[in-house]
Design a protein around this ligand. Structure first.
Ligand SMILES: [Fe+2]
Ligand SMILES: [Fe+2]
Length: 312
C-alpha cells in the first residue's frame, strides 16, 4: 500500500475522528451492570446470590471498573510509551513515515483510554458505586518490566518493540471476545467493538515494523531476544492463580474468609478453564507471528521454543 493511502486510511477510519461519544443509559438492559456476567466467575455463586441483587451488581460493577482501568493502563503505560519510543528514534533505522504512523497509534490509544475512563466515570455517576481498586500496574505490564530489567541496555528498545508487537497482535481478540459476550449491554459492546476497529491497523503496523527491524538486527541480538521470548511469554500470559482481586471484592461485601474460600474453590474450574482456553489460542497466534518475524529461523531460538513446549 502507498504511503498516502495508509495515511488517508487513518483519516477515513480512525474511530477518534468519526465516532460519537459512548453514552451509558437509556438502552435495553439498562438495569443490568454493563460488564458481562459470563466473565465474572463469582457473581452467581449461591453464597453471593444469597446476599441479594445489590451485592451481585456491586461485584460485577467492580469487575467492570477493573477491566476498564486495565485498558487505560495498557494504552497509557505501555502502547503509548512504546509508540513514543519509536517516534523519538529509540530504535535505529525508523523513517519519518513510520514515525507518522507511530503518532496515529498513540492518538488512537489515547482516545481508547479516554473512552474507557469516560465510561468508568459515567458508571460511577449512574451506579453510585466507587471503584474499590485503582490499579497502578497489571500482570502484563509487570511481566514486560521484569523481562526488560533482565536484559542488557542495548537490547531493551528492540525488546520493547517486540513486546508491543506481540501485545498488539493479541489485543484484538481479547477485546472482541469481551464485546461478543451475549449479556454485555449495548454501550459496553459498542465500546469494545469501536476499540477493535483500530486494532487491526495497529497490529499490521507493529508486525511490519518488527519484521523489517528483525531483518537488520545482528545475529547475536536476534539469538538473545529469541531465546528469552518463551520465558517472557509464559510470564506475560500467566493468570492470577491466587485470585486476589476477586478476594478483595468479596471481602468488601462482608463475606467471611471461609465463605470466600468456598466461592473461589467452587468457581476455580470455570475460572481456570476460561483462562486456559484464551491462553491456548493466544499462544498459537503469537507463535504464528513469531515465525513470520523470522525468530524461528534461528536454530537456538527454535530449540528454546521447543524446550518450552511449543511445536516449532
Ligand atoms: Fe487500543
Ligand atoms: Fe492498539
Amino acid at each position: 500500500m502507498l504511503q498516502d493511502d495508509i495515511t488517508n486510511l487513518w483519516y477515513e477510519k480512525a474511530t477518534v475522528r468519526h465516532t460519537p461519544r459512548i453514552l451509558l443509559g437509556g438502552e435495553s438492559g439498562d438495569d443490568h451492570p454493563s460488564y458481562p456476567a459470563a466473565r465474572c466467575f463469582i457473581c452467581d455463586h449461591p453464597i453471593v446470590q444469597a446476599r441479594g441483587h445489590a451485592v451481585r451488581s456491586y461485584i460485577i460493577t467492580q469487575a467492570s471498573y477493573f477491566f476498564l482501568y486495565n485498558v487505560v493502563l495498557m494504552e497509557t503505560r505501555f502502547v503509548i510509551q512504546s509508540s513514543l519510543a519509536i517516534l523519538h528514534g529509540d530504535n535505529e533505522g525508523i523513517d519519518d513515515f513510520q514515525k507518522l504512523r507511530a503518532l496515529t497509534v498513540l492518538i488512537d490509544e489515547g482516545y481508547h483510554a479516554h473512552v474507557a475512563l469516560d465510561y468508568i466515570l459515567q458508571m460511577r455517576r449512574k451506579s453510585g458505586i466507587e471503584p474499590l481498586i485503582f490499579p497502578k500496574s497489571n500482570r502484563k505490564i509487570d511481566a514486560i518490566g521484569r523481562a526488560t530489567a533482565g536484559l542488557p541496555e542495548e537490547l531493551r528498545s528492540d525488546f520493547q518493540l517486540l513486546a508491543v508487537t506481540l501485545a498488539e497482535n493479541v489485543i484484538t481478540e481479547e477485546i472482541a471476545s469481551m464485546g461478543r459476550e451475549k449479556d454485555a449491554i449495548k454501550s459496553f459492546a459498542t465500546l469494545m467493538m469501536d476499540h477493535v476497529k483500530d486494532e487491526g491497523r495497529h497490529s499490521n503496523y507493529f508486525s511490519d515494523l518488527m519484521k523489517s527491524r528483525w531483518a537488520v538486527l545482528p545475529r547475536f541480538r536476534q539469538e538473545a531476544l529469541g531465546q528469552m521470548l518463551p520465558g517472557f511469554m509464559r510470564d506475560y500470559l500467566c493468570i492470577d492463580a491466587g485470585r486476589e482481586f476477586e478476594s478483595q471484592i468479596l471481602r468488601a461485601c462482608d463475606i467471611s474468609p471461609g465463605e470466600i474460600t468456598q466461592v473461589l474453590r467452587d468457581s476455580d474450574e470455570a475460572f481456570t478453564a476460561s483462562h486456559e482456553l484464551m491462553t491456548r489460542k493466544t499462544r498459537v497466534r503469537l507463535l504464528h507471528l513469531i515465525r513470520q518475524i523470522g525468530v524461528l529461523d534461528l536454530p537456538v531460538c527454535r530449540q528454546a521454543f521447543a524446550e518450552n513446549g511449543y511445536s516449532t
